[in-house]
Design a protein around this ligand. Structure first.
Ligand code: Q46
Ligand code: ZN
Length: 301
């Protein structure tokens, strides 16, 4: 097989595009896919100050790398979760990348800055680790973006992640989550704008991108992910994709184009009801936001 762009021998084949690429053309293909996502969904303009949430994994480092190469002013934000044998390693990849690219990295550490870690904090708050982790990330990313004066927060969610989340939300008809599942969430009072520029790239492609670009990333998955429902959804979608390449893309982008608007009123109505948390000022439906409640339970002896 020859490269679709330059006819050199291919290093990677992408069945859903019915194409293969040589190393250089594949890197360019990834950049084009990110550029297309940013453009088609009007994610942000040239000159925007972008804060990219980085974990040390392939997706977020690939995203940071692509955005830097595209000339955006983009800083990284790393949140230390205090997960033994995982967090100490992940931060090394992130710091190395930032140093190599001469990029600015903002670090927040849950144990040092907030006095709790995800395994113990979630236990104390009687939450599943991933739920405590997810809400901490959302809260602290939002706050860092607003306080740092960034125009937008970018996350490394890829096509596989988003298709799996959509699959799970459709299986349960979780309409409030469906309404929020967009490649762009506009800013609203107390919320920064949030975007997912990797929605057009599959997991395998961001991994290949890192390898071809010489980016070292943490291969090991978070130990808390075990039993996470999304892994099952990913496996189911992978089986369908193997039978019929392009299924994931058609599922996700068909949703964005034809169905996601149906759930928008519910989200808009919910956002109307938000008011500032009495503890920290972040938008919430209750008196105290979920992060302040978690923080309180996780740090009360
Ligand atoms: S880091 Fe956090 Fe993930 Fe680990 S605790 Fe769960 S949500 S699995 S992306
Ligand atoms: Zn709060």
């Amino acid at each position: 097989m020859k490269c679709r762009r330059c006819r050199a021998p291919v290093v990677i084949e992408i069945r859903r595009h019915n194409a293969g690429f040589c190393s250089d053309c594949f890197v360019r293909h990834c950049q084009d896919q990110v550029r297309k996502a940013i453009h088609d969904f009007a994610m942000f303009e040239e000159g925007a100050r972008v804060l990219v949430a980085v974990s040390g994994g392939k997706d977020s480092l690939a995203l940071w790398d692509v955005l830097l190469d595209m000339g955006y002013e983009v800083d990284g934000l790393y949140l230390g979760l205090g997960i033994e044998g995982y967090s100490d390693e992940s931060v090394v990849y992130v710091r190395d990348f930032a140093a190599r690219r001469g990029a600015t990295l903002v670090e927040i550490d849950l144990p040092a800055d907030y006095g709790f870690d995800i395994p113990n904090g979630s236990r104390a708050a009687r939450r599943v680790p991933c739920s405590a982790c997810g809400l901490s990330k959302r809260h602290l990313f939002d706050r860092a973006a607003l306080e740092g004066g960034y125009d937008v927060v970018a996350t490394g969610h890829n096509l596989d992640d988003e298709a799996a989340v959509l699959f799970g939300n459709v299986l349960r008809w979780s309409t409030e989550y469906l309404g929020r599942q967009q490649p762009v969430l506009p800013a609203a009072n107390g919320f920064p704008r949030k975007v997912k520029p990797l929605v057009r790239l599959a997991e395998r492609e961001t991994a290949a991108y890192c390898v071809l670009r010489g980016i070292d990333y943490q291969v090991e998955e978070c130990p808390m992910a075990e039993g996470n429902r999304h892994l099952g959804y990913k496996a189911a979608l992978n089986a369908m994709e193997a039978q019929s390449p392009g299924t994931k893309h058609a599922f996700l982008f068909g949703y964005f184009e034809r169905a996601s608007k149906l759930f928008a009123p519910e989200v808009a109505a919910e956002r109307e009801e938000l008011h500032p948390c009495s503890g920290c000022g972040a938008p919430t439906l209750g008196e105290i936001c979920a992060f302040c409640r978690l923080l309180d339970r996780a740090t009360t002896p």
